[in-house]
Design a binder for this molecule. Structure first.
Ligand SMILES: CC(C)(COP(=O)(O)OP(=O)(O)OC[C@H]1O[C@@H](n2cnc3c(N)ncnc32)[C@H](O)[C@@H]1OP(=O)(O)O)[C@@H](O)C(=O)NCCC(=O)NCCS
Length: 151
């Protein structure tokens, strides 16, 4: 595992530009309840961004982008896992994607029907409007935690 450093950043212009360039939505970027991280390598070079949106007890993994020149080197996998590690272990992690479902499936996410998705996730702006209806909704399969399942 390389040493990627994540740092909380505001919904700033550089983040927005990286997302737009990757074709990801930015309409709700500055809404409350979101956290964004910039990711740098051990030399301090900016590699990409990720985000978490809190939805009740669960989280939407969102706004994940590796800058084009750094793709296909394993950074995406590392960034996703480091971002997920910042959520409580009992939380469910969801995402919506139109292009990267195979990438996320390799990380342990599986496609789920909208009917099985909790309302706070379904009603996020990403899932209720911004993402195309063709987007795949995925949920992370986590091993049971030592604290057991959520009540
Ligand atoms: C998706 C993304 C974050 C992956 O980052 P990355 O650094 O290129 O990914 P990694 O190098 O960690 O790839 C890990 C594996 O996933 C595969 N993979 C990467 N992107 C993929 C994609 N879009 N679809 C399918 N598989 C993909 C890689 O081939 C690699 O497989 P391997 O381990 O068998 O070689 C990056 O391509 C990106 O920023 N894309 C544009 C924005 C986007 O689609 N974000 C996700 C939607 S929220």
């Amino acid at each position: 595992m390389r040493e990627l450093t994540l740092r909380l950043v505001p919904a700033e212009i550089d983040l927005g530009m990286a997302l737009v360039a990757a074709g990801l939505p930015v309409d709700d970027l500055a809404d409350p309840g979101r956290k964004y991280f910039e990711c740098r390598d051990r030399d301090g070079v900016l590699i990409g961004y990720s985000g978490l949106e809190e939805c009740g007890p669960d989280f939407l993994l969102r706004s994940m982008v590796i800058l084009p020149e750094f793709r296909s080197r394993g950074y995406g996998r590392e960034l996703a896992m480091a971002t997920i590690a910042r959520t409580p272990s009992a939380a469910e992690i969801y995402l919506a994607t139109t292009t990267a479902s195979a990438f996320f499936a390799a990380l342990g996410f599986e496609a789920v029907p909208p009917g099985s998705v909790p309302e706070p996730i379904l009603s996020t702006r990403q899932l209720s409007g911004i993402c195309p209806a063709s987007a795949t909704i995925m949920r992370l399969n986590r091993p049971p935690t030592e604290h057991g399942t959520r009540p």
